[in-house]
Design a protein around this ligand. Structure first.
Ligand code: GLC
Length: 576
């Protein structure tokens, strides 16, 4: 086995214990790392040599645009066009070595998945504009799964981009942007201009013989909550498109610039806030039913942070763009400080909270939010390993939701909201608590579930969110792509491979369900759709990321050096 050194883009990796990781990767190959110094580039190459053993569906890749760090951006207020132009690190599969190694068959599920993904494509006046949430022919109960959901389309879009098919993504971005412009009302109340739809569908007008788009901004969804995550995903996807295609013309259009600003104006307006986190209603994201995720849920905070950083890389510093850039920069600094300090939980921090005094006034208060130690749930003491940690579900006045949420923690890694040490700690926890968080089907949406009295009070007795089902501790295959991306970014692709193996043993056989139930995720979900598009696309994205880890640049941001945290020393960050 030859270990060659390719140039790898730095944003792929956090600062980790390279030698240890290298040894972990080499062990199965009967090798140990030598010398005390080894770059992360080398470490990844070990992995790449395996990745190269598999062929790609489409080897040709378009230029990617480079990425500026936030410090560069804030210092110069935004753009430095030259950087956009330089393609960063060619695809590893363009290297001569790769051709020699492309000798394995792809998993048969890949072809099936592509077929199913293509069957879900939606066309509008001749152009592909998205994918249906599910194409489940086993039931007549369509509900709203015959719509294109913004959040659901993200993994589809990434799969298409990774395969060099950017058209559908471009049309999607443009159509949803047009929908943002339409008037949105719930009864007599007008929604904010920047709100992006949760979903849309194509309706045919037989009289005018024309198709038109009908959007839902939350007014027809359960609970009537506007999707706060849609706008963030839209911005993140616009950057992914730009990064993957090198086509700057889309993000630079006045329409896209305006769209970004409108989305962010909803979040950056001054108000009564005392925290930089975003205050939300329950059910305003992937968990779109009452689950006690109101207030400051981690999923929204992580997406907010990532969207702010993506916006910063695309906004032009002209006119009101400059003002927006300034606001973003300030918010990012405050948000990263707040999240890294107050949402972070590891053994050390848990012990501190356990010993908190309450009723502290003044600036010197240690227990800043007046969290009552008695409110710490029993499970968390056993769950927390000595090594490892995570961002808790929610922090607000006298409120700490100790539940672990998959999406928020993965996006924290991808956006570099988590410091490199925190990212590694999140992965450590995942390895330690594999049975609880992954079990037999990746990945639990949250852990643990709510039951009994808590379930009655918090979910409002929701029969779909019973314990270990659906949003309440169910296992969602779509989360595989986020897990895989986080694994690749932290240099631990072997974890993702374990998860992919589990998916490959069941997902296709079970007809690509939306979610699984049970403590171990062993049962197809009670009311799960079959042929759920994001389960299919999530698998494809995970596979393509493992095959060509350079794709990670599309959905990952490097750490910003200016935002180095001022964080208390903790057991799981020995280097600090
Ligand atoms: C469910 C999920 C939501 C998803 C939608 C379409 O409502 O909770 O996250 O977007 O289905 O798949």
């Amino acid at each position: 086995m030859i270990f060659s050194v390719y140039h790898r883009p730095p944003e792929i990796f956090g600062q980790i214990d390279i030698k240890e990781t290298l040894n972990r990767l080499m062990e199965p190959l009967g090798l140990r790392a030598v010398g005390s110094h080894c770059s992360l580039s080398e470490m990844d190459d070990l992995d790449l040599t395996r990745a190269l053993d598999k062929p790609r569906l489409k080897i040709e890749r378009k230029r990617s645009f480079d990425e500026r760090s936030m410090s560069e951006l804030s210092a110069g207020y935004g753009r430095h066009d030259g950087l956009y132009d330089s393609p960063r690190g060619r695809s590893v599969l363009d290297t001569p070595l790769s051709s020699a190694r492309n000798c394995f068959e792809p998993h048969p599920m890949m072809a099936e998945a592509w077929e199913a993904l293509r069957r879900s494509m939606v066309f509008f006046r001749g152009h592909p504009v998205g994918t249906l949430a599910a194409v489940d022919n086993t039931t007549d109960e369509v509900l709203n799964y015959d719509q294109v959901f913004v959040r659901d389309f993200v993994p589809s879009a990434l799969a298409f981009l990774m395969n060099g098919e950017s058209d559908i993504v471009k049309h999607f971005l443009l159509k949803t942007l047009q929908l943002q412009d339409s008037e949105k009302r719930v009864d007599r109340f007008k929604l904010g201009k920047g709100v992006m739809p949760a979903s849309f569908k194509v309706r045919h007008d037989p009289v005018r013989e024309m198709d038109h788009l009908v959007a839902d901004f939350g007014e027809t969804a359960i609970g009537r909550v506007a999707p706060v995550d849609s706008g963030f995903w839209w911005i993140i996807l616009l950057r992914a498109y730009t990064k993957s295609t090198g086509d700057l013309t889309l993000s630079e259009t006045p329409e896209c610039q305006k769209g970004i600003k409108l989305i962010l104006s909803l979040c950056l307006a001054e108000g009564f806030d005392t925290f930089p986190t975003l205050l939300c209603a329950d059910g305003c994201s992937m968990i779109d039913r009452r689950m006690g995720v109101y207030g400051y849920p981690i999923e929204i905070q992580a997406l907010f942070y990532m969207a702010l950083r993506c916006a910063l890389s695309m906004l032009k510093p002209d006119g009101d763009g400059r003002e927006c850039i300034e606001k973003i920069t300030k918010r990012l600094h405050a948000l990263s400080f707040h999240m890294r300090n107050y949402f972070w939980l590891d053994h050390h921090q848990l012990n501190d909270i356990y010993r908190y005094k309450t009723e502290e006034y003044s600036h010197t208060a240690v227990n800043k939010f007046n969290v009552m130690p008695d409110s710490i749930p029993e499970w968390v003491f056993d769950f927390m390993p000595l090594r490892g940690g995570y961002f808790v579900g929610n922090v607000g006045p006298a409120h700490m939701d100790f539940r672990w949420f998959a999406l928020g923690n993965c996006v924290s890694i991808l956006s570099s909201l988590a410091t490199p040490d925190q990212s590694m700690a999140i992965m450590d926890l995942l390895e330690h608590r594999w049975a609880e968080l992954v079990g037999e089907m990746p990945l639990k949406i949250c852990y643990p579930c709510l039951e009994g009295h808590e379930w009655r009070i918090i979910t409002g007795c929701d029969p779909k969110n019973t314990r270990w089902s659906y949003h309440n501790g169910g296992s969602w295959p779509v989360l595989l792509w986020q897990l895989t991306a986080a694994c690749i970014k932290t240099g631990r692709p072997q974890i993702a491979r374990r998860a992919v193996d589990l998916i490959e043993s069941r997902l296709h056989r079970d007809c690509w369900p939306e979610y699984y139930d049970g403590k171990l995720g062993r049962y197809v979900g009670k009311q799960a759709r079959k042929y759920q598009t994001w389960s299919i696309a999530g698998y494809l994205v995970a596979k393509m990321l493992l095959e060509d880890p350079s794709h990670i640049g599309m959905i990952s941001l490097e750490e910003d050096k200016l935002m180095k945290p001022v964080i208390k020393r903790s057991a799981s960050w020995p280097q600090l």
